[in-house]
Design a protein around this ligand. Sequence first.
Ligand code: NAD
Length: 253
Amino acid sequence: MDIKNTAAIVTGGASGLGAATASLLAQRGAKVALFDVNAELGNQLADEIGGSFHSVDVTDPEMVKSAVQDAEGLHGKARILVNCAGIGPPAKVLNRDGSPLPLEDFAKVIQINLIGTFNVLSHFAARLYEAEPVGEERGVIVNTASVAAFEGQIGQAAYSASKSGVAGMALPIAREFARYAIRVNTIAPGLFLTPMLETLPQEAQDSLGKQAPFPSRLGKPEEYAQMVEAIISNPMLNAETIRLDGAIRMAPK
Ligand code: NAD
């Protein structure tokens, strides 16, 4: 799919991997709509890249439905969707005193990372499946999992469950959307230097980065964005989960 002049939606686009993706897509000539709960950063970036910001909680079907319509009114029908909105607070199953993790803490991570991803992609596809194709394709979806989908650490039960759900649903959705010429792929990043990790002291950042065999450093958000560009550009890539991780394999803790 050509990126130039194509309308794109990036969730979690106000920060980190989503912001880098939105910037690269805009540089390549896409018309970008940022969906995020962080209005301050979202508006700022939308101004910088000539895109639009939409105040959206990805877990809310009505908000998502109307934001997809609003974005279409501004930029035309979105054919590119990149789902980056996510949270990752660590929490063990049992607290220090042996009491179980409150169920709502587990559910919140699943709600945003997994159900939110599904919510946005279903509303995106509902407005796209009857559109005229451009060449052989109608559109492309890129979802964000994590290496924690495959080797979750202690404290990542909810996060790993949400991210393996994201990776797992790509194949059935890609199969379903084949008749609409819409592709679905997943990126599973290793450790990337985004605001989440920027708050750690430099020493901690360096030590995390060294866990990757090569390159022995944290990933740059721009490198995630490059992978999104490659996925969008290559029509044969479908129903794939791509690890982007410098060969890191996470230890138990
Ligand atoms: P980030 O915190 O910088 O960005 C996440 C964005 O999502 C924020 O702008 C936040 O406001 C937004 N968001 C959170 N909840 C939302 C909601 N309910 N509705 C709409 N927007 C919401 O984090 P990041 O590091 O850029 O992470 C982006 C994605 O990549 C996440 O899904 C994360 O799990 C995944 N990931 C990140 C890393 C990493 O090392 N940074 C590694 C693996 C996977």
